[in-house]
Write a protein that binds this ligand. Sequence first.
Ligand code: FES
Length: 569
Amino acid sequence: MDTDEKRGLARNVAGYGDRDFSLYLRRSFARSMGYSPAMLERPVVGIVDTSSGYNNCHRTVPELIEAVRRGVLAAGGLPLPFPTISLCEPALFPTSMHYRNLAALDTEAMLSAQPMDAAVLVGGCDKTVPAQLMAAASADLPVVGLVTGPMLATFYQGERLAACTDCRRYWAAYRAGRVSAERIGEIEGRLATTAGTCGVMGTASTMACLAETLGFLPAGTASIPAVHAERLAAAEAAGALAMRLIEAPVRPSQLITRESVENALTVLLALGGSTNALIHLTAIAGRRGIAVDLRRLNELSDATPVLVDLKPTGDGYMEDFHAAGGLPALLHEIKDLLHLSAIDVTGRSLGERLATPPVFVDRRIIRARAEPISPVGGLVALFGSLAPRGAILKRSAATPALFEREARALVFDGLEDLARRIDDPDLDVTPEDFLVLKNAGPLSAAGMPEAGYLPIPQKLARAGVKDMVRISDCRMSGTAFGTIVLHVAPEAAAGGPLALVETGDRIRLSVAERRLDLLVEDAVLARRRAAWQARPAPARGWNRLVAEQVLQADEGCDLAFMKPADAKT
Ligand code: FES
């Protein structure tokens, strides 16, 4: 009997008080699945299965797992898939973000509790990859990341469509009366026509690219379309790589370093990537005690051009990015901005990976440094009396004419208030107003949904208004666009200054100065603060734990007690 604690089924034996009996029982029960004794001697690769009937983005996970198993078996290991919770972006109330930390908790617990020597993390939809990387960072087990990959765009009446920038664009046109009910119904069936994650540089694609930058995904695999054979080949290779990690471990603690996190920030900026990725990267880095400084983000943003021409910042789709050379081509283009000592899961340094220039790069999609989409990065952090700990603006998907403004606030107290009044024909609103949504941050009952893309009030939309300044403590979809200030911290539900804003107040936005200020006298704010009351905490369950533990956006919205002991806030 193999009683080596460091290998295979002999790891993490259950606590029956007699270690040999515990292993005997485990093997006996494993034999009931028909495994030969020789198979049970093999090193074990766990395979995280995040598929579910609710998760369209993970529809291909079963065949990916089959391919991973093939890779593990061929390399002499025992592949053991196991489920963790599955988070599909549009399928969860109040929002998938509310459950990202639950997925991270679940995944970390199963990686740590079950016997395995390495694991392949199969994920894809927005919250899955962040949760898996947070879990891996804490469990510090050697892992290989494998994403499901993006969907393909499809032609509809001569126009290419894919979820979900096009969803939002068409919905806005429908609200403005420019698209009929019949046509919007037809388009509903044409936006997501293949398996895979959203087909633009939304959160899922951004996180896949950041996971590759951090070194968790083998080079070049972030953008392989979900339905390509290449994706299955990457799955098989991930299984084989996990086996190599058992002999020559590269642990998450070696991948998540100050340098690799800064590389990921730089890539996020060059991609014109999702604002959500900033929260997730902060949470992942936080698991290793590394803080992401929003002022450093601004420095990097001023030095990093946007080079990738994909929706929502540009025009292309993820399949174009992959065909153009994918992340390796982008990394090569910004090589001088990166820390080349950072290693990936194969143990190679970024410098080694980028030693040879790519054979082909489609410059329509991945621009040369001399011809950027924008000479500066896609995201900026704003600070000021309305956001003492910061707020985020995706300037690459915003309207520069709105960047330097002082205007009247039109305030909505929460999502219900917004839904009730935004389309009221009598709403007192002008295109110059700033729309402000409060009580939608991580601590709120709303759970920080992707509601920061407040709809343009219908009467203005119908008059042709396409963008307004919108400010909130929630998030927006990585596929959305507009002059939208997000992640205001501290949030309203935590008693941040946002809680005190009232309709009619003046707010000043200056992107040039990185400022967001509430122009209300201190004495008035003090009176409002004295009258402000926190909402009662939920009585039980996950909601209660979130209410007690969730951190603000600038700290990645992780649960405070999940950070390393020496980094607790
Ligand atoms: Fe899953 Fe967009 S809904 S990636």
